[in-house]
Write a protein that binds this ligand. Structure first.
Ligand code: AMP
Length: 189
């Protein structure tokens, strides 16, 4: 089973993806985590991506598509993936569709985690305080830009999956456990 988690920054995509990895042995493909690993590793891509991420903007489609393509080919990913943070643009969604078709697989569920955006600022600040990993984009100023980018580039991807009849919404303002329960129901439906 292949699923996509959508939602603005701080909606809980990463948290829910991690739960699915634990509970269902699925493979999480988080493009944000992959980029942060590139930054930690000090690669050229990491150096370029760091600036873009700190500004709350999107890394180019070509780079992101290549990054996901390489990971989708991994054996582990063939068992089923949770895409967390990809696709973020229509071009990425179309490229993903082509990749999956070539491999004779499809997305089974696209789940949009909805949130009250006014409350995201507190959440992101808490994440910055509680997390071991320091993220330069977890602050109010960058969050504003990331939200703008989400509405401009990523929200238009949702109708692509709605048309396929696989888009479902989950209220991300509930507790982590409650959100996970709703997602479980969708995956088991
Ligand atoms: P995330 O951890 O998913 O919130 O991603 C952190 C940052 O990485 C984003 O704000 C973007 O700058 C970059 N990024 C992650 N995934 C993508 C993607 N699919 N396309 C473009 N940029 C991305």
């Amino acid at each position: 089973m292949n699923i996509i988690l959508f939602g603005p920054p701080g909606a809980g995509k990463g948290t829910q993806a991690a739960k699915l990895v634990d509970d269902r042995s699925m493979v999480q493909l988080s493009t944000g985590d992959m980029l942060r690993a590139e930054i930690t590793g000090g690669s050229d891509l990491g150096i370029r991506a760091k600036k873009i991420m700190e500004a709350g903007k999107l890394v180019s489609d070509d780079i992101m598509i290549k990054m996901i393509e390489m990971r989708m080919d991994d054996d582990g990913a063939k068992a089923g993936v949770i895409l967390d943070g990809f696709p973020r643009t229509l071009k990425q969604a179309e490229a993903l569709d082509r990749m999956l078709t070539q491999n004779n697989v499809a997305i089974d569920h696209a789940i949009e985690i909805t949130v009250d955006e006014n409350l995201l600022f507190d959440r992101i600040e808490n994440r910055a305080i509680q997390s071991d990993e320091v993220r330069d984009d977890d602050n109010a100023e960058v969050l504003k830009e990331r939200l703008k980018v989400y509405h401009k580039n990523t929200a238009p991807v949702l109708p692509f999956y709605r048309k396929k009849g696989i888009l479902r919404q989950v209220d991300g303002m509930m507790t982590i456990e409650q959100v996970a329960e709703k997602i479980d129901k969708i995956l088991d439906s």
